[in-house]
Design a protein around this ligand. Structure first.
Ligand SMILES: [Zn+2]
Length: 215
């Protein structure tokens, strides 16, 4: 049951080549470019969650579009945890001769860590912080370090280079950014125009600046 559910939830995105669902390619891009994209897309996830939680119905972040599809907060918690686990794996890879990575138990964490009850503002803030920390750890890796192998468990147990781990993490973020935006577009109530206030104008300007950065 758990395995079946995990397959449905993850929709089995590829771990090399090109992902048709989110457009990520494992074969192109430099290390620096990949990390920059990861940090930017984590900020997108964070902003989408914040905006939805501050909207007319904050509970939309906890709505699952279908019983077997995670809610926005569940995906955001997952992205946050992926960023932390992967940063620790970079450290482990550099420290050990033959690193064997412990599975992160992506599905088990949803219930154990009570993803659906977490505070969206705290999750959004942690997501950005962990993305920066992951980025800082990844940017300084040398070619020799990027080629170092470790035993990785997902989706099958296989030796993977540290360079692949960086790319795979960037794919996780891009893939789930896509999921989060898609889910929120489905469950968010239509925006009812309200009288403009200075506060709202400032928030819109800030949002517009963020979008420019994201492009
Ligand atoms: Zn993808």
């Amino acid at each position: 049951m758990e395995i079946q559910r995990e397959q449905q939830l993850s929709k089995q995105p590829p771990v090399d080549g090109y992902c048709e669902q989110c457009g990520f390619s494992y074969d192109t891009g430099t290390l620096q470019g990949t990390v920059t994209l990861l940090v930017r897309q984590s900020a997108d996830c964070s902003m989408a969650l914040t905006k939805a939680a501050a909207g007319p119905d904050p509970n939309v972040v906890r709505l699952r579009p279908e019983p077997d599809v995670w809610s926005a907060i569940e995906y955001a918690c997952h992205v946050r945890d992926v960023l932390e686990v992967q940063r620790l794996r970079i450290a482990q890879c550099l420290a050990e001769d033959r690193p064997v990575y412990a599975p992160m138990d992506r599905t088990g964490r949803v219930k154990q860590e009570k993803y659906e009850n977490q505070d969206p503002m705290e999750v959004a803030a942690a997501l950005v912080r962990f993305a920066r920390e992951f980025g800082a750890a990844a940017r300084v890796l040398q070619p020799q370090e990027l080629g170092k192998l470790g035993l990785y468990n997902y989706p099958v147990r296989a030796p993977r280079t540290l360079g692949w781990i960086i790319r795979h993490t960037a794919h996780e973020i891009q893939h789930h950014r896509h999921d989060i935006l898609e889910i929120l577009a489905k469950v968010e109530p239509p925006i009812v125009p309200k009288p403009r206030t200075e506060e709202k104008e400032a928030a819109e300007e800030e949002a517009a600046e963020e979008v420019e950065v994201a492009d």
